[in-house]
Unconditional design. Sequence first.
Length: 582
Amino acid sequence: MTDHLDRLAEDDLRLDYNGWLFWREAGPEAQDRQRARQQDLRVRTGAVIDETAFVSDLAMVAPDTFRIGARSYIAAHAYVTGDVTFGDDCTVNVFTVVRGRVHLGAGVRIGAHTSILGFNHSMDPELPVYRQPVTEKGIVIGDDVWVGSNVVILDGVSVGSHAVVAAGAVVTKDVADWAIVAGNPARVVRDRRIPKGTSPSAARFDALADRLATFADRARAEADAVVERSWESSGAAPDGTLSGRWVDAPGAAPARRPHADAVEISMLLTGRPPVQLDRDEHIRRLRFGQDPATGLTPEVDETGRHTATATSYESGDEQYHVLSLGYALDVLGSRLEHPVRAVAAMSPDDVLAFCETRPWHEQGWSAGAAIDSLGTALLWNLRYGETDPTGTRRSVDALIGWLTTHASRTTGLWSQARLSDGLLQPVNGFYRASRGTFAQFGVPIPYPERVIDEAFEQVADPRHFGPGRTTACNMLDVAHPFWLAVRQTAHRRDEIREFAAAALDQALVQWVPDAGFPFRFAPSSGPTAVDQVPGFKGTEMWLSTVWYLADLAGVSESLGYRPTGVHRPEPAWDLARGVPAV
């Protein structure tokens, strides 16, 4: 204690508060004490600490795992716990809190009194706050990032390289590369590469952010009306009771997907299930009819009642129900009642054979859809843990391995263009296959630059984009590949941002009051087909597509929502750790 007080008197605390000066100005004894401090951390926590780093004696540093790079420092009164990685030239200034799973790249400068919290507490209404279990998604901050003083960054957020987070901001959503964000919740102010007030483009994106915020407020206000519009109060549920059901749009045929879409829309916009049923009844109905032997759920008949279960994993309806019903249950905090045993019974060799026998040459979209469903079935089997986890993990490796080695080096896709419809099948098939595999398991896609080029070829095809032609599928199926690819490459990034802004200009005006989005844009003369009037399928897909386009444009924070179901941007399973990613 005496030695410690003597030290405080000796340097008057100055170097503890100004860590960048330490190795230049500290005397030999102070330097020896710092080396001892670092060695103690190495011994106690297995820390990896560069010899040029500095960790103040007055900082509370008690990590589970810890890595700090060259010339980085932690100043007095900082509080650092959890699984923490700091790259080179990072600064953690006085009274800053860094806790949970947090990764900083190189050159991240953090102002005083900031909190970076890579964990959170659950919100189970059955438990008091102090008993809520901890969840941990983690925070990733890229290279060359300036985080101002009194900032709060919440769990699950990624901050892109070269971004600036203004003082006092509360960051609840991802921040794009080069973005300057400010406010509570933080919203994009401008692109850091564009000087303030010097570019018409900057004003355009500011205006777009305002339009998105207005749109999202309207969608939230009308969400209950959108869901009520397609509720048939006396229709037959899958169990045969005349207790109400959802259809895609008024007058549409019964199906299983509309209930899942209703849940996804309501949870996304309001944070609660549709009010027509209580949560337990939503879960019961979404689970109803799943065959325990195969884990497959069949379509309903023309009256809305449950039909016979398919015995093989080849039906499109049963395959898509793995996604739609599974993710609707997931956003409700529940799960399918049974594992997908039809997939659990497949060996890695069976998975490879399944990939090989898809109709890639004739029907790339159909082939990709089957892969999407297979990947999602493997996800649920891993998450539920009721099947052989080692065998399931090997099947995941086989699936992603086959896709990686069979992607075209020229296009990045798994199938080729056709004279009849160009790149429609290959690009849409890429979206479906990559969504259920690379995106869902957080694995980089092969050849991202080529994927971007092919997606631009697709959006230039007038057969698939324009009045009366643009559909939610076609737009999502280029927006999502763009979104995956720009996380790996800067290739044509400015063009992608401009495309996203233009696509949003076209999409936002398609919202119909109290009804939602049509699946297909109507021509200027008005709707001429069923899919050009609002329905659940169009609304659910366009709400997610709008988010992806907004994120590509760097203004998604303005929406105040983020997809959490089928179209979630985050991985659902951490392959490296073998645990759910959330």
